[in-house]
Design a protein around this ligand. Sequence first.
Ligand SMILES: Nc1ncnc2c1ncn2[C@@H]1O[C@H](COP(=O)(O)OP(=O)(O)OP(=O)(O)O)[C@@H](O)[C@H]1O
Ligand SMILES: [Mg+2]
Length: 254
Amino acid sequence: MTEPVIRAAHATLGYEGIPVVQSLEFEIPAGSRVGILGPNGGGKTTLFRALTGEIPPLSGQLEVNATSATVAQTDRSRLDFPVSALDVATMGSLARLPWWKRPGRAERRRARQALEEVGLEDLANHTFGDLSGGQRQRVLIARALTAEAELLLMDEPFTGLDTANEQRLEALIDRLATAGRTVMIATHEVEQAERWDLVLCLNGEQISFGDPAAAISKPVLEATYGGHIVEIPGQPDLGVLPAHHHHHDPGDDR
Ligand SMILES: Nc1ncnc2c1ncn2[C@@H]1O[C@H](COP(=O)(O)OP(=O)(O)OP(=O)(O)O)[C@@H](O)[C@H]1O
Ligand SMILES: [Mg+2]
């Protein structure tokens, strides 16, 4: 058996000695599509930070046997300085180049190809900060592709995408995994995670891990989302889904 891309053993993650996700225990083989489910504050982004080495585990082990690139959770901030979508996508190559080299023609060609893969070839020369949130998200995905990392960490990459681009991104994730890359995707959509190879449910600790058919159940979803659950119409067996609490701003309730 080949060694797993990621191996967590009794790992606890947190900040300044205070745990936020405990009991991480899983192995992820290369070429897997892994959905990460959890409520707001459940620890999804924290896990990604630990996988890139940004924060060391508080205890236990978290081994990553791959180069990684992250598509960060979108914020609404815009870059004020005038860089193009192509410039941002090209920045992905910095991870691969020796420190004394600047991206050249080959890197820009690779970045253009990555923009094509996310359907943004026509916007390559547009200013990044002028793009819509969904378009900026796709440029960040292109930047991660340009890095040619073996492990791609996508933190809620479907946020702000319309149906067409959601389908395009799902197809891209499938292609990446088929090509042997490992893709971890933090998401709030249970039904989406059910279509991938593995699922990891987090809520301050590991609730469940494995093949979605076995690892997702009503008690698992209840433990994962606590009280924030509603019935899925027509699916009495599963019966629960996270309520759409994620981007809900109580101030908008008028
Ligand atoms: N830099 C930090 N220092 C201290 N605590 C933090 C820090 N970043 C996050 N936390 C805490 O860690 C917990 C997990 O946060 P995390 O961002 O990993 O959740 P998440 O699952 O990504 O949530 P969301 O769905 O809202 O993105 C939260 O309680 C959060 O307040
Ligand atoms: Mg997060």
